[in-house]
Design a protein around this ligand. Structure first.
Ligand code: NAG
Ligand code: NAG
Length: 343
């Protein structure tokens, strides 16, 4: 009996000590990139993944508390060298700044916890964050990246191909319940299967198009990849755009037609719903697996349908996706409608 207890104790200690030393080893391995911090514990994961609408915690732990110090959280903006302050705390009081106003707080689960909690995560929250310990002598910091799970969709104007300058492109994404995609979101989408033969803006002002199946009109026989035009003039140059959206509050459903655009809009209203935006349809397709082999009107006047299980009679394309009929004449009485409802 006694032996057993000692044995258990030994196992217990071993696992704690082992876990502990592995954290330190991890920290040491990071030494080349960021020096081991005296006061801040290096996180085990530098990338935190969440969805729009969730609450998320960005961990930041003190190893111990200096006698007096402040914790400062900020967001790193690659194109703006100014500091985007989120919160400053001296352990007792704290001050919130504009960024994330009302949605950010320190978690403070215990005396050494300086983690940041962001509630109701929005698309704009994607990016890199810095937790900084300021004690006047040796300021120390660590950075974390917040990634949203989501889906990238190419968007083209009703007026036709290559219509948007950068500013208009940004707005177009927002109007479709999205945000202009970052290059890394576009890259992720390409690995997920996005193939689009028109160049589009991404958030940093560069222009690209993702190709999975090389073909003559899409950059010829170069290997699959993201074809890049590099940075373009944000006012004068015109392209399509890549938008990003994440999980949806509410849901999207289809009502059978045939209806023209006006009837479609009335039909959603009669159900206390709104016509879906393009971002709504993509989010429902990606997160809820909406599969509907019928073209339906969307708010922007386009007609699309979402396919998760490709079949011969539904557009014939081999891969899942949201298919588009473009922007038909609104008088055409041929399609159903996709409605978006919050409940
Ligand atoms: C997020 O936190 C708030 C309170 O801070 C809570 O009311 C809300 O239910 C939480 N949301 C989710 C999705 O957990
Ligand atoms: C969450 O944020 C969205 C805007 O991003 C807003 O419309 C919604 O009302 C917010 N929800 C809560 C519970 O605060």
């Amino acid at each position: 009996m006694r032996m057993k207890r000692i044995y258990l104790l030994w196992i217990f200690c071993f696992s704690i000590c082992y876990a502990d030393s592995s954290i330190y080893r991890n920290a040491d391995r990071n030494q080349d990139e960021s020096p081991v911090s005296k006061y801040l514990l290096n996180p085990i994961h530098n990338v935190i993944i969440t969805q729009r609408g969730s609450n998320v915690t960005l961990p930041c732990m003190l190893r111990w508390r200096p006698r007096s110090y402040k914790v400062k959280w900020s967001k790193i903006n690659p194109v703006d060298p100014l500091e985007n302050l989120i919160i400053i705390s001296n352990g007792k009081q704290h001050k919130n700044y504009d960024k994330l106003k009302g949605r950010a707080r320190l978690r403070r689960s215990h005396r050494l916890d300086a983690s940041l909690v962001i509630t109701n995560v929005s698309l704009e929250d994607e990016g890199r964050y810095k937790c900084e310990l300021v004690n006047g002598l040796e300021d120390q910091s660590l950075t974390l990246s917040l990634h949203l799970e989501g889906v990238v969709f190419p968007y083209q104007s009703k007026e036709g191909r290559y219509h948007y300058n950068y500013v208009e492109a940004r707005q177009a994404c927002e109007e479709q319940d999205g945000r202009m995609a970052t290059f890394s979101q576009l890259y992720q989408a390409w690995t997920d299967g996005l193939d689009w033969c028109n160049a589009g803006w991404t958030l940093d002002g560069t222009v690209h198009y993702p190709v999975i199946v090389p073909r003559e009109p899409c950059g010829g026989n170069l290997p699959p990849g993201i074809r890049s035009y590099g940075p373009k003039d944000k006012i004068k140059d015109r392209f399509d755009v890549f938008c990003f959206t994440s999980a949806l509050k509410g849901h999207v459903y289809y009502i059978h037609g045939p209806m023209n655009y006006r009837e479609a809009s009335e039909s959603c209203q009669a159900h206390q719903a709104l016509m879906a935006k393009v971002g709504h349809l993509y989010a429902e397709w990606r997160f809820a697996g909406l599969d509907q082999c019928d073209g339906g009107w969307l708010l922007d006047g386009s007609v699309r349908f979402p396919i998760t299980e490709p079949r011969e009679r539904c557009g014939g394309l081999p891969d899942p996706g949201v298919r588009s009929f473009g922007f038909p004449n609104p008088e055409q009485k041929l399609y159903g409608v996709y409605c978006y409802s919050l409940i």
